[in-house]
Design a protein around this ligand. Structure first.
Ligand code: DGJ
Length: 594
């Protein structure tokens, strides 16, 4: 028989094991990363509190978080607008007004207000650079230009741009950033309100494509760093086409100075500068990771309107420089475009790359932002979108952005479930680009702008068409979700033979009697199966991704079974079931058929 002492020892041992397990679990919980990036199929998802999270964001205007009263006033409005995330500057000049003395009042206020208004926060470190310039560096830094040197143009003009080649610049910037990150981590690690950090803002050289300071010139004439050379060789197959072309133009050299390897032009100057910006940012990113390990990104001003390096913030995290940035700053998770120019679909396609998930931290605030959000989630498995100067937008429940964010929030479980699996298409239409045809399974799916239908006066009265857009999600063969606004979709079998029919009027009858405007061939016999609309139901998406029926849309609402549509101005989620029918023996054909 066991004596009492053995029993006691065994019990004590059990207790210790239990304590150990609990403490491991507790430590695990406390240190659990609240926000992280994870792969799902071909997509990279932002995962927050264990669930995929799509950023329905907005970025504050530059000076809107510079006093506590503004933060207090603005944040409740953002909640009414339906945002789930706010992007907020963290201003170096206000955080370290005197060298070594830190003030985190605004940061604390942002985090508190965000929590009270059910918002996540992405902080933007306005440190050494903001839109190229160093305007957010504190005055003590700016005045001491001997210690904290400037970048120079080729002609020797000092710029209000701190030199990325100066150790002192980096030390001052990184010291403030690290102190601030320590503070953010201390107050946020458990709650996880802060979900990403943007390091600097729209880094880039202006006036010339590179810095011509003494340090910069010396490095420019030195060999291209070995790690970049071996990166190019190792990743040759997947390099950005512009990068590959530039390297190959000089014979794909394995070593040499920047000009020897890439040629002597301003595009080489930009590559050189990008490398050094990336190295600088990488060191900042390493500091951030060691303090608070959440996703990190950098944003870029676009090289649009045929501008050349030096004419836009050059060497920033631009798509054509992605290899330089990836190699130079491996701790940066994504390069993000700020979109203010025309050509939205082209721009986003440039930043959704096999090695870069799409996040739009800034886009011009317009009524089209809502449908564009649908488009990028459906077409590009995007992480999120964030119109700029968001506090200036409308918080009316009927404004397009508010409606769109409300619908997207509900749609999120399905979007998250299907990202990266090839089941979704994004739709986006305007007056010039009215139609997209998608072939899927045995279907031809014609998607169009709502105004291609004959029944909205705004289509033809000279109004500028608001963009229409949405997501087409294939749940199963013949079963779809159509979500968004201002779109119309027709389904037919891709194998149907095409007998041209006369244009139909609003009621679905021939537009005019007699021969009219169309061609009806009475010679061609019908072939193949047809596709019909079984049902169109407006649905609500539940938190677990299941659907709840709201109402059946039939009759006039699906044009008596001819199409699925969502009007301009409405945002809806529709569940569509299709069925097929075909010629069968009951029909006595006048001629042989197959
Ligand atoms: C892009 C910058 O990143 C923003 O901070 C802001 O300056 C906008 N441009 C323009 O207002």
């Amino acid at each position: 028989m066991e004596n009492i002492s053995n029993q006691y020892q065994r019990q004590t041992m059990k207790n210790w094991i239990l304590i150990l397990v609990l403490s491991v679990m507790t430590v695990g919980y406390v240190n659990a990363q609240k926000s992280t990036l994870q792969k799902q199929g071909t997509a990279t998802q932002l995962v927050v509190d264990g669930k995929p999270f799509l950023i329905l964001g907005g970025e504050l205007g530059n000076s809107s978080a510079a006093c506590t009263e503004d933060i207090e006033r603005i944040f409740p409005k953002l909640q009414r607008m339906g945002l789930n995330t706010v992007l907020v500057p963290a201003y170096w000049d206000l955080i370290e007004p005197r060298e070594g003395q830190f003030d985190f009042t605004l940061t604390d206020k942002v985090i508190r207000q965000a929590r009270q208004n059910d918002l996540k926060v992405i902080f933007l470190w306005f440190g050494a650079w903001k839109n190229s310039m160093s305007c957010y560096a504190p005055l003590w830094f700016k005045e001491n230009y001997k210690k904290y040197p400037r970048a120079y143009t080729q002609k020797g003009k000092p710029l209000e741009i701190a030199s990325a080649f100066s150790k002192n610049v980096f030390q001052a910037d990184n010291c403030a950033f690290s102190q601030w990150m320590e503070h953010v981590a201390a107050i946020d690690k458990e709650a996880g309100t802060v979900i990403m950090i943007q390091i600097e803002n729209e880094i880039g050289m202006l006036e010339d494509a590179r810095d011509y300071s003494k340090e910069a010139n010396a490095l420019f004439n030195a060999p291209v760093p070995a790690e970049l050379m071996s990166y190019l060789q190792k990743n040759k197959k997947t390099l950005h086409p512009q990068m590959l072309e530039k390297w190959e133009s000089q014979g794909s050299k394995k070593q040499g100075t920047w000009q020897e390897v890439f040629g002597a032009d301003i595009y080489t100057d930009e590559l050189f500068m990008a490398w050094h910006y990336a190295r600088y940012v990488e060191r900042m990113a390493q500091s951030a990771r060691s303090i608070y390990n959440i996703p990190l990104y950098v944003n870029a001003a676009m090289n649009s309107r045929n501008r050349k390096p030096g004419e836009y913030p050059s060497a920033g995290p631009l798509a054509h420089l992605i290899d330089i940035w990836h190699c130079g700053a491996p701790n940066i998770d994504l390069l993000a475009p700020d979109l203010y120019d025309n050509g939205f679909t082209d721009w986003v396609a440039k930043y959704k790359l096999h090695n870069n998930p799409l996040f739009i931290p800034e886009i011009k605030l317009t009524d089209n932002n809502g449908v564009r959000a649908f488009y990028i989630f459906g077409e590009h498995d995007a992480i999120g979108i964030s119109p700029f100067s968001i506090e200036g937008g409308s918080d009316s429940p009927n404004s397009p952005l508010v409606k769109s964010y409300r619908t997207l929030k509900e749609f999120m479980p399905l979007l998250a479930k299907y990202q990266g699996k090839g089941a979704m298409k994004g739709l986006l239409f305007d007056q010039e680009n009215k139609e997209r045809i998608i072939y899927q399974d045995d279907l031809k799916i014609t998607c169009r702008h709502f105004f291609t239908l004959p029944w909205d006066a705004r289509a033809t009265d000279g109004s500028v068409w608001p963009e229409g857009g949405g997501v087409l999600l294939r749940l199963a063969p013949n079963e779809y979700i159509v979500a968004g606004s201002g779109i119309v979709i027709e389904f037919e079998k891709a194998t149907e033979n095409q007998v041209k029919v006369r244009a139909l009027g609003e009621d679905g009858f021939a537009q005019a009697g007699g021969k009219g405007d169309g061609v009806i061939s009475d010679k061609v016999m019908w072939k193949g199966a047809r596709c019909g609309i079984g049902s169109v139901d407006e649905v609500k998406v539940n938190k677990d991704g299941t659907l709840s029926y709201i109402r059946r849309l039939n009759g006039d609402q699906d044009h008596q079974g001819r199409h699925v549509r969502i009007s301009v101005g409405d945002f809806q989620i529709l569940h569509v079931k299709l069925y097929e029918y075909k010629y069968c023996l009951l029909y006595t054909s006048p001629s042989p058929r197959d």
